[in-house]
Design a protein around this ligand. Structure first.
Ligand code: LLP
Length: 421
């Protein structure tokens, strides 16, 4: 195998001696590949973010909820977020004890609330309307609430989750009604949380958000925890030598100062939590796929692959950039570097992974590695066009590649359909 572009995975020793081509031959294409060593490093980065002792990292499982990934998070001593009964169920199955799980609900039915209550999982409500319903089914219960501190940030408007243009959080202007509702049902508010949005590379907005939630926290005198949310960014442009990473050292230092000061004012070493998803899971994942066709259409050159937006939705959904590496099965040298539009096999014009990307002249049979695909990759995949969702493979710390999710089969595609015959 020749590696035509492989700087990022080589530097990280990502494949640890496994060949992407062998992996694809064994597990089918496309294929999600994760590196356990990188995953654990990222988890430890977050655990060691601050020196303040009453601190917990809730891995935001929505980024990658494969059972094996959850088991590793549990082994690393992380806590965990859930966004649905499905996530809570998988987390319990992965061995998390209920007190380590935090259910951040949003517009859910009473049955969903009841699922958390029955499993002794603390739930955060996202509106006074939902607090009222929680109170009805669980008077006297312990509850958390998500506030909207007014500061939002993120890589795309669709992922900014605080401020006036979002459905999330309770508006602090409604505090009076909020407190009345707590009182009406004798509820104990154990914590408050926020999430300003996804992917910041400069800490300023996050810190601004922290101040906003702390000023809300001060209005309650007996909280057990304050959860500051996730959003910690990763660089998606590592092939560009000038790329920058998030400066977690200076962010951690700033947070430590804030935590120390706040806990003095508050009169106790309150627990602080964060909820990183992408930071933990993105960089440990590469999505492998195959170039099946090359064609010209007018002045555009296309590489047709099996990486449709059913497999990786981010480029189509948010215009997200993912770096692309190229591995070749033959010894043929590429003619030049040229712009090419990399597309998938879904029957839609918008099915584009990368537009006019500068890549070595591609040919049929080349393997592409879509980098930083470990977060919001497989979890957002679908069976659109009745396509099979890919397998997931984990390269263990000793270099052994193990299957952690089977590829769908054709039978999976039809198994929930009910025939009229
Ligand atoms: N906590 C809450 C309440 C969230 O809503 C999210 C993500 C997180 C934590 C984790 O955020 P992270 O640390 O991963 O940025 N599908 C999009 C990302 C959506 C994230 C929305 N909320 C993407 O592929 O970019």
């Amino acid at each position: 195998m020749q590696k035509l572009v492989s700087k990022v995975t080589d530097n990280a020793n990502f494949y640890m001696g496994n060949s992407p081509i062998d992996l694809i031959q064994k597990y089918g294409s496309p294929l999600y590949v994760y590196n356990e060593k990188i995953l654990r490093e990222k988890m430890r980065d977050m655990k060691n973010l601050v020196s303040y002792e009453n601190f917990a990292v809730n891995y935001s499982a929505k980024a990658n909820s494969n059972l094996a990934i959850l088991e590793i998070a549990n082994e690393e001593g992380l806590n965990i977020d859930a966004m649905s009964p499905g996530e809570m169920y998988a987390e319990l199955k992965a061995g998390f004890s209920p007190e380590k799980i935090f259910y951040i609900s949003n517009n859910v039915s009473k049955e969903e609330m009841q699922y958390a209550i029955d499993n002794n999982i603390i739930l955060s409500v996202d509106s006074i309307s939902q607090l009222e319903q929680f109170g009805q089914i669980n008077p006297g219960g312990r509850v958390a609430a998500r506030f909207n501190g007014g500061i939002g940030a993120g890589h795309h408007e669709k992922v900014i989750t605080a401020g006036k243009n979002t459905k999330f959080g309770i508006d602090p202007d409604e505090m009076e009604l909020f407190n009345e509702t707590l009182k009406k049902y004798s509820l104990k508010l154990v914590g408050i949380n926020q999430h300003i949005g996804s992917l910041f590379m400069e800490p300023d907005k996050y810190i601004e958000g922290v101040y906003a939630i702390l000023s809300i926290a001060k209005q309650f005198n007996d909280l057990e925890f304050i959860d500051l949310g996730g959003g910690f960014g990763v660089p998606y442009n590592k092939l560009d030598d000038t790329y920058k990473t998030l400066d977690i050292k200076s962010l951690g230092k700033k947070l430590d100062e804030i935590f120390e000061k706040f806990s003095k004012e508050y009169g106790k070493r309150i627990k602080f939590k964060i909820e990183p998803g992408r930071y933990i899971a993105a960089e440990c994942g590469v999505l492998l796929g195959m170039v099946n066709a090359i064609k010209n259409n007018g002045s555009n050159k296309y590489a047709g692959t099996d990486i449709g937006f059913n497999v990786l939705a981010r480029p189509v959904m948010y215009d997200s950039h993912h770096d692309i590496e190229v591995y070749r099965q033959s010894n043929e040298k590429p003619k030049k570097i040229e712009p090419i539009t990399v597309v998938g096999n879904i029957c839609e014009t918008g099915d584009i992974i990368a537009k006019n990307r500068m890549l070595p002249t591609l040919k049929e049979g080349d393997i592409l590695g879509i980098l930083d695909a470990g977060a919001y990759g497989h979890v957002m995949s679908s069976n659109y066009n009745n396509r099979l969702r890919p397998a997931e493979v984990l390269i263990r710390e000793n270099g052994e590649a193990v299957l952690i999710r089977k590829r769908d089969t054709l039978e999976d595609i039809v198994k929930n359909f009910i025939s009229l015959k």
